[in-house]
Design a protein around this ligand. Sequence first.
Ligand SMILES: Cc1cc2nc3c(=O)[nH]c(=O)nc-3n(C[C@H](O)[C@H](O)[C@H](O)COP(=O)(O)OP(=O)(O)OC[C@H]3O[C@@H](n4cnc5c(N)ncnc54)[C@H](O)[C@@H]3O)c2cc1C
Length: 477
Amino acid sequence: MLPEPPPGCSRRTFLVHALATAGALSAAPLAALGVPLLRVENVSRLYAVEVARIAAPTSTDDVVRALREWPGQVAIGGGRYSMGGQIGIVGGLHLDMRAMKRVLWLRPADRRVRVQAGITWRDLQDVLDAKNLSVRTMQSYANFTVGGAASVNAHGRYVGHGPMGQSVRALQLVLADGSVREADRDHNTELLRAALGGYGAVGVITEVELDLEDNVKIERHIEELRLSAYPNYFARHVLDDPACVMHNADLLPPRFDTPVAITWRQSDKPLTRKQRLVPRGQSYKVQRDALWAITELPYAAKLRRPAIEVARRARPEVAWRNHEASLDVASLEPYSRHLSTYALNEFFVPPRHFESFVREMALILRNRHVEAVNVSIRHSPADTLSLLPWAHEEVFSFVLFYKQRSSADAQRAVGSWTRELIDATLRNEGRYYLPYQLHATKEQFERAYPEVARLRQLKREVDPQGRFSNELWRKYL
Ligand SMILES: Cc1cc2nc3c(=O)[nH]c(=O)nc-3n(C[C@H](O)[C@H](O)[C@H](O)COP(=O)(O)OP(=O)(O)OC[C@H]3O[C@@H](n4cnc5c(N)ncnc54)[C@H](O)[C@@H]3O)c2cc1C
């Protein structure tokens, strides 16, 4: 029998806490107790998670308090652009970090900044741009939070940089017992390594200290290549050229065999785009209509190659690096995600398997009638810092952007071809990215990330009750 609740605590709250402590809290018993469930959604509108409580801290002290007041499981959310329930745990506390968005200090001479983890890249860019400084490494769009980016160890199009963790000098973490730790390359280094790409498994990242770079003018060059020529072209004309700042190459359906390489090189030419940053709040009607047409109208898809040729022959674009780094995901947002949604998948494969992987991937995408918009190729050197590296050696990455229907049948089909693509990746000694839908089997996850054994061990040391979790870790950890 349960003991009496302490004074000031209702019987129902006490029962919820007792169930949470026993790890027995899930949506079903909560509903039976009459506790209202709160839905935490992600951008794809798939896999909403029903949680028992949401807290929106504005300071590290608030995070400590929220953890001390809630005895059950805790999941952490930033910009909510992960797609498989990585930001919520059923019946748990959701820490919404978006109100922790202050710049704590900026040292332009050292090219260093310290921020609260819930700030978005775009908000940080406003502050940095005034000093003509840039984020060193971030994703291709600026809507993500710095803490969310660190927790997935995100990467962008920056030549030679690899994951963002390489530009993290230090983190402040709040652990499961409410203690606050500073982690850097000399202190609590294993915590730093586990937090970068750790998807909130070891603690809440409350502050992040980052390396910065100068904002420079960059010029766009577009080139079409043969598939087999691309790795050599990349090594000689992009990676070895210190003037190259950003690079990716797009593969288009249905053949996925002619990479269109887009390289931004440092330049002294006059700007063709005068704005320093992408303005906020635009409607992006043209881009959104084009995206709809590409996936719905066969003749529109056929116009893509001629459009690339026009862009290639046109006057080169010259822009500020901060402008190209402040793209807004609103330009990709469909008018509705009710019947269908856009999603991502990403695979990392060493250069020696580049061509064989692309050919296998193209076959699967065609055979399974995947509504692919494109596959963007990027590159990363080996990551020797994070505990769960997606780049365990030098890799090319393949970002698949696709449309899918929202029905259960469509989701099953996406699951089935995603697993085929993961098998192809594993056959080619590669890994897949974890912020997307949770279609991988447990066995595929273990094969892709054998280092998870060390994460499990560390978690037992710093979070023995398994308080930090989410739907990703509930399935795989
Ligand atoms: C349109 C689009 C484009 C994308 N482009 C890229 C790209 O170019 N490169 C790339 O690498 N990825 C890309 N992604 C994936 C994206 O980087 C990840 O989804 C990333 O997590 C987004 O950051 P977020 O702030 O939305 O994090 P969320 O989705 O909110 O969280 C992601 C994970 O981090 C954890 N987390 C968040 N904040 C904290 C914190 N403060 N402390 C501890 N854990 C925390 C969460 O629990 C969760 O597990 C893209 C996604 C979309 C939708």
